[in-house]
Design a protein around this ligand. Structure first.
Ligand code: PHE
Length: 443
């Protein structure tokens, strides 16, 4: 490589970029539909457990691998473990990124379609929101068009470079999105009849316990934090002097907050606005991946100036999706650029073409769409996370791990912190991931 490797400019930039990757459709679209599917509060509880026990430590591990090697996700294992088979973990991650993009870009396309519907005022005059969503879902060409547009937008940002593209857009977009989510959450809980929705979210009901709940929650945690596939390895490779523990905690906190806020927006309004309260939970499950696109427009119609709220929300959602899709595409592009010595431009074009082909597949077949969602979140990411925790826990030199976490000894950590961290990576995380995985498969 002849070019000098760029890095993110500032500490805020680092958090913004990592949070920009984490916060996306996973929080606002996927989290509510998974929560609905798994019956509410219990799922959220397990989900938060997963964030604390696997999410934060694994995000730190990816940062360590990334900054410790300054390479793409496969190259990183190559450099840190030359001559071993660990590089397959990186390659698995690249493949995972590809599979995720195969359906993620389609959902990104939906957000653009809704931006247009909101801006032209169409969304505002609709009475049957589920039929409106199903119209889109049953029109593969319309979805393909938007998916291609979104993929090209992502590719454009990838080509305009790391700093300008990722850092700037995240820094501006995140705070505005956050504010809007708070306003919508308030509106939602102030609706008459919203309290049943809040209870669904926050009062665990043991009858909702099902064997797959743990795997669903774990998969969602990995997906939402962008871990288990080398995305944070790739971003970590652009980090300078930053405190990994702090960054991982901040990013995970923001990410979880956005997910919970999305739940507070969707569920209370779904319970308040339904015409059949008796069948609301079945209705939520039936909404499936469309939940966000069905319930939210209904909430906007309860607000004054609904067209404006709708336009603003879907624009910000598309931007949040963009900062995540950029991070996904960056993983695969950097891999091809560094490992095969293609120029950045050629690598990007190659990746975008592949993604568009997969995206066409999942626009035309909802089975393929669901399969890619399921396999990536519930099989590939946990598998990646499993190996990453073993790699940092067992393979890497503990002195190197300590040096990375403490920035060469400049950050003071409580006694035992490092020991506890390594213990978690060696035993707890891998065993728990394995147990949840097996239980989810046989349960
Ligand atoms: N975390 C992103 C979201 O919540 C999706 C993503 C997954 C991005 C894996 C990068 C890697 O939308």
């Amino acid at each position: 490589m002849t070019e000098k490797r760029v890095t993110f400019a500032s500490k805020i930039g680092i958090v913004a970029a990592a949070a920009g990757s984490a916060v996306g459709l996973g929080n606002i679209w996927r989290f509510p539909s998974q929560t609905a599917d798994s019956g509410g509060a219990l799922f959220i509880l397990v989900y938060i457990g997963c964030i604390l026990f696997f999410g934060i430590p694994l995000m730190m591990s990816e940062f360590i691998i990334g900054r410790g090697s300054r390479a793409n996700s496969a190259g990183a294992f190559h450099k840190l473990a030359p001559g071993t088979q660990w590089k397959w973990v990186g390659r698995l991650g690249v493949l995972t990124g590809f599979v995720i993009m195969g359906f993620y870009m389609v959902v990104c396309g939906w957000t653009l379609d809704y931006v247009l519907q909101a801006l032209t005022g169409g969304l505002h005059n609709i009475t049957d929101f589920s039929a409106n969503f199903n119209n889109l879902r049953s029109n593969p060409l319309r979805q393909t068009g938007w998916m291609i547009l979104f993929t090209l937008m992502t590719a454009f940002f990838i080509l305009s470079g790391v700093k300008k593209g990722i850092e700037q857009s995240s820094k501006i977009m995140m705070p505005i999105l956050f504010l809007l989510l708070i306003i919508l959450a308030l509106r939602s809980v102030l609706l008459d009849g919203s309290s049943a929705g809040l209870a669904f979210l926050f009062r665990p009901d043991p009858t909702h316990l099902k064997p797959t709940l743990f795997l669903d929650a774990m998969g969602q945690a990995f997906f939402s934090l962008s871990i288990g596939m080398g995305c944070m390895i790739t971003y970590g490779s652009y980090f300078n002097n930053t405190n990994f523990t702090q960054t991982a905690v901040q990013v995970s906190f923001l990410d979880t907050l956005v997910a919970i806020l999305s739940g507070i927006i969707i569920f209370p309004s779904a319970f308040a606005l339904t015409s059949n309260p008796d069948t609301i939970t079945e209705e939520l499950v039936a909404g499936g991946p469309g939940l966000l696109f069905i319930t939210l427009p209904e909430l906007f119609n309860q607000m004054p100036l609904s067209a404006i709220w709708g336009s603003l929300f879907f624009c910000l959602l598309a931007l949040a999706a963009l900062t995540s899709s950029i991070s996904l595409m960056e993983v695969v592009t950097l891999y091809i650029h560094e490992e095969y010595q293609f120029t950045r431009k050629r690598s990007t074009l190659l990746v975008a073409t592949g993604v568009i082909l997969l995206g066409i597949g999942s626009s035309f077949s909802s089975d393929l769409f669901n399969l890619m969602d399921l396999v990536s979140a519930k099989v590939m990411l946990p598998l990646g996370g499993f190996f990453i925790s073993l790699f940092v826990g067992w393979y890497l030199d503990q002195k190197m791990v300590a040096a990375q976490i403490t920035n060469e000894g400049t950050i003071r950590l409580g006694i035992g912190f490092l020991k506890a961290y390594i213990f978690l990576l060696r035993y707890i995380a891998p065993l728990a991931i394995l147990a949840v995985f097996i239980y989810g498969l046989v349960g």
